[in-house]
Design a protein around this ligand. Sequence first.
Ligand SMILES: *[C@@H]1O[C@H](CO)[C@@H](O)[C@H](O)[C@H]1NC(C)=O
Ligand SMILES: *[C@@H]1O[C@H](CO)[C@@H](O)[C@H](O)[C@H]1NC(C)=O
Ligand SMILES: *[C@@H]1O[C@H](CO)[C@@H](O)[C@H](O)[C@H]1NC(C)=O
Ligand SMILES: *[C@@H]1O[C@H](CO)[C@@H](O)[C@H](O)[C@H]1NC(C)=O
Ligand SMILES: *[C@@H]1O[C@H](CO)[C@@H](O)[C@H](O)[C@H]1NC(C)=O
Ligand SMILES: *[C@@H]1O[C@H](CO)[C@@H](O)[C@H](O)[C@H]1NC(C)=O
Ligand SMILES: *[C@@H]1O[C@H](CO)[C@@H](O)[C@H](O)[C@H]1NC(C)=O
Ligand SMILES: *[C@@H]1O[C@H](CO)[C@@H](O)[C@H](O)[C@H]1NC(C)=O
Ligand SMILES: *[C@@H]1O[C@H](CO)[C@@H](O)[C@H](O)[C@H]1NC(C)=O
Ligand SMILES: *[C@@H]1O[C@H](CO)[C@@H](O)[C@H](O)[C@H]1NC(C)=O
Ligand SMILES: *[C@@H]1O[C@H](CO)[C@@H](O)[C@H](O)[C@H]1NC(C)=O
Ligand SMILES: CC(=O)N[C@H]1CO[C@H](CO)[C@@H](O)[C@@H]1O
Length: 655
Amino acid sequence: MNFPLLWNISLWTIAFNFLFVSSLDDSYAPYDVDCPSLQDNSTQKGFIREAISISENEKEWIEGRHEITDLNLIDFLDHANMTDFDAQDFIESLNKSISIGIAFSGGGYRAMLNGAGQLSALDNRTIGAYENGLGGLLESTTYFSGLSGGNWMMGTVVYNNWTSVQEIIENDIIWNLEDSIFAPGGLDIFKTIDYWNDISDDIEKKKDAGFNISLTDPWGRALSHQFFPNTTGDGITLTVSSLRDVDVFKDFKMPFPIHVTDGRAPGTTIIDINSTIFEVNPFELGSWDPSLYAFTDIKYLGTNVSDGMPDGSDQCINGFDNAGFIIGTSSTLFNEFLLQLNTTGITGVLYDLIDDFLSDLSSDYDDIAIYSPNPFYDSIYGSESSIADSESLFLVDGGEDDQNIPLAPLLKPEREVDIIFAFDNSADTDENWPDGSSLVHTYNRQFSTQGNGTTFPYVPDTNSFVNLNLTAKPTFFGCNSSNLTSLSDSGVIPPLVVYIANRPFTYWSNTSTYKMSYDQDEKLGVIQNGFEVATRLNLTLDDEWRACVGCAIIRRSQERNNISQSEQCQSCFEEYCWDGSIDSSDDLPVNYTDTGMTNSSEDTSNSNSSGSSTSSGSSTSKRSGALSSKKFMGFNANTAMILLILTATIVFVVD
Ligand SMILES: *[C@@H]1O[C@H](CO)[C@@H](O)[C@H](O)[C@H]1NC(C)=O
Ligand SMILES: *[C@@H]1O[C@H](CO)[C@@H](O)[C@H](O)[C@H]1NC(C)=O
Ligand SMILES: *[C@@H]1O[C@H](CO)[C@@H](O)[C@H](O)[C@H]1NC(C)=O
Ligand SMILES: *[C@@H]1O[C@H](CO)[C@@H](O)[C@H](O)[C@H]1NC(C)=O
Ligand SMILES: *[C@@H]1O[C@H](CO)[C@@H](O)[C@H](O)[C@H]1NC(C)=O
Ligand SMILES: *[C@@H]1O[C@H](CO)[C@@H](O)[C@H](O)[C@H]1NC(C)=O
Ligand SMILES: *[C@@H]1O[C@H](CO)[C@@H](O)[C@H](O)[C@H]1NC(C)=O
Ligand SMILES: *[C@@H]1O[C@H](CO)[C@@H](O)[C@H](O)[C@H]1NC(C)=O
Ligand SMILES: *[C@@H]1O[C@H](CO)[C@@H](O)[C@H](O)[C@H]1NC(C)=O
Ligand SMILES: *[C@@H]1O[C@H](CO)[C@@H](O)[C@H](O)[C@H]1NC(C)=O
Ligand SMILES: *[C@@H]1O[C@H](CO)[C@@H](O)[C@H](O)[C@H]1NC(C)=O
Ligand SMILES: CC(=O)N[C@H]1CO[C@H](CO)[C@@H](O)[C@@H]1O
């Protein structure tokens, strides 16, 4: 980065830093607090505890949530119009509440928006969800997990006082994606510069307070401007642990949110069987995997500890667990831009500059979020010395181990989840559609040491997913407990998994992971299509879909109590359960029919799916994944120059 012009511009922007001093007292910097009184016994070492069970806090909270979900589930099942079934009798006869989990995959804004549509289909607050969808299911859900783009969606809804997708769309303040996150001022360059100056200020304060920072800090702040424009300082003081004090959480009016990320030390790579999967919830950060097998109190993240106990002083830290920072722990996207660079049509000096800059980032491991000091430093738990010995904890995008759907936390037997709705908005194929790859990786992981007692139902290979229409319509995995006992020695039965893959009905929802801006039509088109994906095109493809979902929800409870299925449920299972067959041929079908099913047509050009309600859907080619030659990361070459200014500013701050 020794290009004089660039540095001149960058110095100019730095000068702005001094001109526009933020008037807010609220700061992004973590701050000192008195340490709470701490235990040091065989299972609790100060802030950390061994991962032998869910936390006491979570246990208590889930009990409260179940009182609500039990009632809402009766309502949902009643409305599902199931034959030979009395919802109230059934739910009241159980000695254990039914736990429903929902999981939303990564995939940038594509995953965020498709996920939003799918979530809205389960949310009774969405207009039309009760009549034409699964409204009331969200109100009956116990756990909610998100990863990367799915995490952005979950975080937006959760930290905005449990707002709804309906409200986000109506108010149109949150998720303003018309201009890219890198240049939100659009043509107003000064607005954009102001924006980055604010972000620089924020980061500077954290640095001045003595904390290491990484690219995830500006990235998390930038995301916060899109996700939390409705809160103080655009989420500047919003923390994960602050949820504990929010009424909607205290009153159990939302499911228990869980963010998923992976551990990855600089210079190493991870795959499904050796990754350390971390989760962040309103109470804790940590991992169930043998490599760590411990959790820490998320509220005191940033405190200098050794084996869980504060070092020396009685001062502890709060405010490190900034929600934007946690949600932004997925800055590997920066890295991916580098790989996309050759497809943007940018050439010459400009190309070299961007290429240089981005290469620098990845070689400095700046794609990794730095959590320093490491809360697990010198911990007695866990087998992986590289975690306990390091002064920093290194976290990356939860999809880096190819498990792009955040299932791991919901599979822990300790959580006793009965059914998971797994929403897959991954870009596994060349055209950015899912092919079940994430499930295959999660299936494999259970047989590794890191699997540590979790089980996962049998799934076929990815070609079979596509050939057998398993991505074309919802598919149930693990339908019969009796088939699953041999998965583990201990006979732990996994939850039933309802797999729902992104699919075009009224909109080509396969936008590129690196598409950084969406105009209003595109945004609403993807969201609406998501609703249709989750509802079998508003119940028009199957008017018994709601009943079939009901059959899946009650399945594990029926099995535990030796209750046989109604005829209706049997035929639902016939229709939606994977029957164990395989078709691995790689002559994959390519077209999409009116019913979302694949056929064998080779013609992928210029065809629109059935929907009539979204006119702009027709103009988006199926290959919308490819970036057009005039655009770079969603904005044109002129504004790409702005990126250089901005990134230079970030470099200044990071260095
Ligand atoms: C250790 O302390 C924790 C936290 O106070 C408590 O819940 C737990 O019961 C204690 N365990 C033992 C073995 O005393
Ligand atoms: C409920 O099911 C019955 C019998 O299967 C059917 O006749 C009726 O139309 C259904 N009602 C709704 C609202 O789906
Ligand atoms: C499906 O229902 C949603 C929500 O009510 C609505 O916005 C959408 O237009 C419907 N889709 C079709 C194809 O009618
Ligand atoms: C969902 O909304 C409908 C209609 O507004 C209502 O009758 C039903 O009780 C609601 N269900 C839940 C679980 O909130
Ligand atoms: C949060 O939402 C609840 C209703 O769900 C509402 O009563 C409350 O006023 C909201 N709080 C804020 C700060 O907007
Ligand atoms: C933004 O906040 C106001 C109150 O502060 C609330 O009324 C409104 O619903 C919020 N908007 C969204 C989209 O959450
Ligand atoms: C995980 O396994 C892969 C493939 O064997 C290997 O390249 C990588 O170094 C391993 N990573 C760790 C952290 O053990
Ligand atoms: C882009 O293409 C050039 C020429 O083919 C190649 O040398 C370079 O490594 C590529 N860069 C990336 C980031 O793929
Ligand atoms: C997948 O769906 C298409 C379209 O309905 C159908 O022609 C094909 O036979 C189905 N494939 C399988 C294996 O069921
Ligand atoms: C599961 O078990 C049932 C009978 O219990 C059997 O009919 C079915 O084929 C089995 N499915 C798979 C995928 O093995
Ligand atoms: C591909 O699917 C689209 C959408 O259903 C349809 O209009 C088109 O005719 C199909 N093309 C072929 C060659 O089957
Ligand atoms: C069920 C199971 O295998 N649990 C193990 C998970 O990992 C911890 C730490 O290595 C073991 O103590 C558990 O026995």
